[in-house]
Design a protein around this ligand. Structure first.
Ligand SMILES: [Zn+2]
Length: 430
């Protein structure tokens, strides 16, 4: 949040209201009350998964991933000056009002545009996101809902911000920062959220206001699915609060050096972290062709699929949300490698036509190219949707950025201009 906006937020008169719950019948296998946070998940005493047998490496382009290799060609071109992660302690985290299943909303109906989300720097932290959510909630409390859909091993909340036609019989899901070092996607999605709220009754896309774009569709935004991984990429080991988990990170690094999975310094290893706080790669932990995901020796900064599908709280939170919705027609996943669009997972018939139509819409807005179908795609959120969604939900994965992650702020203006209308376009075409 920008400091100058704190006062404006504080001036808003507030009142506390209960977050209204609703129980959905789900085509995914059972409805649930999405207004209630999932039960708190305790930090495991031994967060380290034992190494499993078998190892493999790969160099092909993997959805939501970068090619695996001990030394990547692109790393030779990385500016040396930008390789050190900040090692200062993260700020004390904000306690949010909605932690207690309450939301705070503004009595003021005045909707002056806000500018909470600070896109002048690349390091967009979990704490900063929480402050921004709180600020937006204060100003726009009558048109947004916020709920926690899960808690990570290091006790961070996974937030879902609901906007649009709340209660509509169609839903769209937008999620970012599945991978830790791709935290620029959180900044992007939060700015998309703020832009939509600021222009709710102004024309934004195709002659429509944001309100008109979202007519008939409830939009769920999960701006940071993997906040523990983001914190590790941003602050190294000091980004993790739990001492057992911090010790475990050291073990993971030592093992990865021993297995020759990395030759980076420990500082740069954490900076390039993709997995969750326990060393499981969330986008290989979904129950979609999970058994085909390549095995590696054990927990790692990337590519370890976990002991079983949906073993991680982050994976379960997103699956539970998706399963809870009555008709999730579109699921947008933001990743950050390559400026491309993944959409072709071998869908057929009318479902394939719907998926391609959405992909063409997003391509026309962003200018990103399609990636050819990957027959080996497995373990990702899109794979899970294809395998379990019954052809109802159109998955699309958008990779922002051109350079190695974490992306520098110099890339952001182009990313923003390409993506500012994606939520509107996707909603209109859902
Ligand atoms: Zn990714």
């Amino acid at each position: 949040m920008k400091k100058s906006k704190l006062l404006a937020a504080a001036l808003a008169a507030v009142m506390t209201v209960s977050l209204g719950g609703s129980v959905y019948a789900s085509p995914w296998g059972g409805g649930q009350d999405v207004s209630k946070p999932n039960s708190v998940i305790d930090v495991e005493e031994n967060a380290s998964d034992n190494p499993q047998g078998g190892s493999s490496s790969e160099n092909r382009l993997v959805q939501g991933s970068e090619p695996v290799s001990i030394i990547k060609p692109s790393e030779k071109h990385e500016p040396i000056t930008s390789t050190e992660a900040p090692v200062t302690e993260p700020r004390t985290e904000t306690t949010l009002w909605f932690d207690s299943e309450k939301i705070v909303t503004s009595e003021s109906k005045k909707k002056s545009p806000t500018d909470f989300v600070d896109s002048s720097k690349a390091l967009y932290s979990y704490s900063e996101m929480c402050e921004d959510i709180k600020g937006l909630q204060e100003v726009y409390g009558d048109i947004i809902k916020v709920q926690a859909i899960g808690t990570t091993a290091d006790r961070r909340k996974i937030y879902d911000i609901i906007i649009g036609d709340i209660g509509a019989d169609k839903q769209m899901i937008v999620q970012a920062s599945c991978h830790g070092r791709e935290y620029m996607t959180s900044l992007l999605v939060m700015e998309q959220l703020e832009y939509a709220l600021n222009n709710y009754d102004s024309v934004v896309y195709g002659g429509r206001t944001a309100r008109e774009c979202f007519k008939g569709i409830e939009v769920h935004i999960i701006p940071m699915l993997n906040p523990d991984g983001v914190s590790i990429s941003q602050y190294g080991k000091s980004g993790i609060k739990n001492p057992v988990m911090r010790l475990n990170l050291s073990s993971i690094y030592k093992n990865n050096v021993k297995w020759r999975y990395t030759n980076l310094s420990e500082t740069n290893y954490y900076r390039r972290w993709k997995a969750n706080g326990k060393g499981v790669d969330i986008n290989r932990n979904f129950d979609g062709r999970w058994k085909y995901v390549d095995e590696i020796n054990g927990t790692s900064s990337q590519f370890y699929k976990g002991r079983q599908a949906e073993s991680e709280s982050e994976t379960k939170a997103l699956c539970d949300l998706t399963r809870s919705l009555s008709n999730p027609v579109t699921a947008v996943s933001y990743h950050a490698t390559g400026s491309v669009i993944w959409w072709d997972y071998g869908q057929t018939g009318e479902f394939a036509r719907r998926c391609e139509s959405m992909a063409r819409t997003v391509r026309s807005v962003t200018g990103y190219d399609f990636v050819p179908r990957d027959p080996d795609s497995a373990g990702g959120y899109c794979d899970w949707i294809i395998e379990n969604g019954g052809g109802k939900t159109v998955p699309i994965l958008i990779e922002i950025g051109k350079n190695q992650c974490p992306l520098g702020i110099a890339e952001y203006p182009d990313i923003w201009s390409r993506n500012k209308n994606v939520l509107f376009a996707a909603a209109v075409n859902s």
